[in-house]
Design a protein around this ligand. Sequence first.
Ligand SMILES: NC(=O)c1ccc[n+]([C@@H]2O[C@H](COP(=O)([O-])OP(=O)(O)OC[C@H]3O[C@@H](n4cnc5c(N)ncnc54)[C@H](OP(=O)(O)O)[C@@H]3O)[C@@H](O)[C@H]2O)c1
Length: 327
Amino acid sequence: MPQAIRIHQTGGPENMVLEDVEVGQPGPGEVRIRHHAIGLNFIDVYFRTGLYPTPLPAGLGMEGAGVIEAVGEGVTHLKAGDRAAYASAPIGAYCEVRVMPATCVCKLPDAIDFETGAAMMLKGLTAQYLLKKTLPVGGLKAGDFVLFHAAAGGVGLIACQWARALGLQLIGTAGSDAKCALAKANGAAHVINYSTEDFAARVKEITGGKGVKVVYDSVGKDTWDKSLDCLAPFGLMASFGNASGPAPAFAPGILGAKGSLYVTRQTLFTHISSRESTQAMADDLFEVVASGQVKIHIEQRYPLAQVQQAHRDLESRKTTGSSILLP
Ligand SMILES: NC(=O)c1ccc[n+]([C@@H]2O[C@H](COP(=O)([O-])OP(=O)(O)OC[C@H]3O[C@@H](n4cnc5c(N)ncnc54)[C@H](OP(=O)(O)O)[C@@H]3O)[C@@H](O)[C@H]2O)c1
């Protein structure tokens, strides 16, 4: 029987167990995909701990690449034998084979191997909508400063390279000097070690007191307050994650006092709610990767059965770039 990682209760990594599962035929609008590689993402930690609630027992994981084995009625963009990759709900990618909705499953171009596909779909589509669609009033143009937290992480390393390709001056933060060096080598124009430096003061210094047009903040609790101090007047605070815990509640008046700021909380799943928008974003990602402007750094590989260690490494800030699980 095929195997999958499941949780029966939320909590620590030890709650993830490998189990035999039944996998049937795809229904209308669904495909059956056999994974060659599975992506690991911080959102998997939120589901495992219960920060993002889900009915139990549950699978985990929202990113993978492999071969389509069967398609259900009404699926026209894929057929059995196609190479494919996805970032998609519902959770359940930590498995050998699964049946899932076809909407967000995309044909994988020949130039992109399965491991790269699994390492880049969720993180790369996120970098795509952040840098191309989550913009301040008037948009971003070449030379503009943006601040990107956790710049040496999975989403971060892709964003550094993509921002460079767009001509943006990305200021990247990271938790160690080695991670800062990695972000810089991948296109960050400036880097700040936010474990040892006051990042708001450094941003002011780097931008000649002006501040940045956008802060892309996936760290949440630990960076929220100071991030608001990094923004130029009318700047955009784009919150998209909670690696250190959820951002605190705040009174809107503070946005006026700090320069008529804008705030948004974005999630990829709004952007990929239709087949058309998913494919358009994926085509943009495939192009920037195939052109070599963005390289996908797979820095950690784990057998699926070692997923507990993979989560421990991700949560304890030991990882850089992308991590994948191999079924
Ligand atoms: N909303 C969306 O659409 C969306 C989509 C994808 C990802 N995300 C979010 O984007 C972030 C990055 O995702 P990812 O999968 O690529 O993970 P990642 O960046 O590879 O890992 C998270 C990083 O956050 C930093 N961090 C800061 N404080 C932390 C803490 N207290 N505990 C753990 N990590 C901490 C660490 O980097 P340093 O050591 O350098 O600080 C860590 O490596 C996550 O917050 C994720 O939820 C959001």
